[in-house]
Design a protein around this ligand. Structure first.
Ligand SMILES: Cc1ncc(COP(=O)(O)O)c(C=O)c1O
Length: 406
């Protein structure tokens, strides 16, 4: 079955927007993706027909909101192929990783080791540094290969018996490389460590069989997977979530409270203190369900064909260096590059005048930029609704930008 990109584009109202005189070529999906009408409708329906708080009221609206919120969790669970009561709504990937760093981190002691990598987003670095400073854990770092992948050649040496967790990106937000999860899980299991995957960049490219990945935690952000801002999810294994103390305290996460002590609610509520982002979670659930209904093999073929078109176009330029794998194996359609003698921000600004929305900078991955001795890169991050015209506009705009900057 071939993929009808025009039909998909038509589902996203913002994509019809022009950027001044130029049509919009939105290639900054790795930062935030656009949102389809069906998700907007779901949020609007909640806000206009059943807006109320969840898990407390007994009136009709409160019950409708509670049911919609529970359904959103069930949908998110189907997207991840996990049990619904193991899905915690958070405000995003950052909050999900901080939750694990705090609550799982509370089970660790000085000298225990956490392994991250050099290509992580800052949100999968800083929470572990905070944990290190709080509890005296040792933070170890997997290196990165010249083509921007996790270098697993020293995995056995870096992952020792003291390792309690390996926390890495499922897919890099800079190089697009998809991690070899099986090798990471095997190394972790050999020493009894857990594995957290930062799925922020992988989630917009189709449902994820987390059970098959055999990891212990999975984090993602709604706004990168066609859902509203301010919501994301953390999946964790039930036994681990039960063992972990709460992260935040407040309403919703309790069973009983006396002034002397509190008995916490069961998971997932134990980790959802306060009023959750209800409309946003309903939007995320709708986006997950919508994604589940799509033909992902056809979409992946489409996304990869576009990525190849971009890699070929950039590969023909002698002034451009691609940061990341040169091929399509184990990658998402995220392509970063540096242009000789041109700052990424200048390139992005000139391309913006032609309607091409890109991201330029360090992409919240400064250690990776240091590894490649670059101040930043230009990044094109594709989504299912991109088409040939987006890639061609980028490549033509780049010719023009280089002429003007040179
Ligand atoms: C790989 C990765 N992890 C984590 C994040 C943080 O996501 P959020 O800002 O939605 O919490 C991002 C955002 O760009 C990302 O790309």
């Amino acid at each position: 079955m071939s993929f009808d990109v025009a039909a998909v584009r038509a589902l996203f109202p913002l994509l019809a927007q022009a950027n001044g005189d130029a049509p919009l070529h939105y290639l900054d999906n790795g930062a935030t993706s656009q949102i389809p009408q069906t998700v907007l409708d779901a949020v609007l329906s909640y806000e206009t027909t059943s807006r109320a708080n969840v898990l407390r009221g007994v009136h009709r609206l409160a019950e409708a909101a509670t049911a919609a919120y529970a359904e959103a969790r069930a949908r998110m669970a189907r997207f991840l192929n996990v049990d619904a009561d193991e899905v915690i709504f958070t405000s995003g990937t950052t909050a999900a990783i901080n939750l694990v760093a705090y609550a799982y981190g509370d089970l660790l002691k000085a000298g225990d080791e956490v392994v991250i990598s050099l290509l992580e987003h800052h949100s999968n670095i800083v929470p572990w540094q905070l944990l290190r400073d709080r509890r005296g854990i040792v933070l170890k770092v997997l290196p990165v290969t010249d083509d921007g992948r996790l270098d697993l050649s020293t995995l056995d040496k870096i992952v020792t018996k003291r390792c309690r967790l390996i926390a890495v990106a499922h897919a890099s937000n800079v190089t697009g490389a998809v991690s070899d999860v099986a090798a990471i899980v095997a190394a972790a299991r050999a020493v009894g460590a857990k594995v957290l995957l930062d799925g922020a960049q992988r989630a917009p490219h189709g449902p994820i069989d987390v059970r098959a990945l055999a990891v212990d935690f999975y984090a993602l952000s709604g706004h990168k997977m066609f859902a509203p801002n301010g919501v994301g999810a953390l999946w964790g294994r039930r036994a681990l979530l039960d063992e972990m103390p709460p992260f935040l305290g407040g309403g919703e996460m309790i069973r009983t409270v006396t002034i002397e002590r509190t008995i916490y609610a069961d998971v997932p509520h134990k980790f959802e203190a306060g009023t959750p982002p209800i409309g946003q979670a309903i939007g995320l659930g709708t986006a997950a369900e919508w994604a589940l209904g799509l033909d992902w093999p056809a979409i992946s073929a489409h996304e990869m064909r576009l990525a190849q078109r971009l890699l070929d176009g950039l590969g023909r330029r002698i002034d451009t260096r691609i940061l990341g794998p040169s091929g399509l194996q184990r990658r998402i359609p995220v392509v970063s590059f540096a242009v000789n003698g041109a700052h990424p921000h200048d390139v992005c600004q000139l391309l913006d005048t032609r309607g091409v929305a890109l991201r330029g900078g360090h992409h919240c991955a400064q250690p990776l930029m240091d590894r490649f001795d670059l101040p930043g890169t230009v990044r094109a991050s594709l989504a299912l609704y991109n088409d040939d015209s987006d890639i061609d506009a980028l490549l033509e705009g780049l010719d023009d930008a280089v002429r003007r900057l040179g």
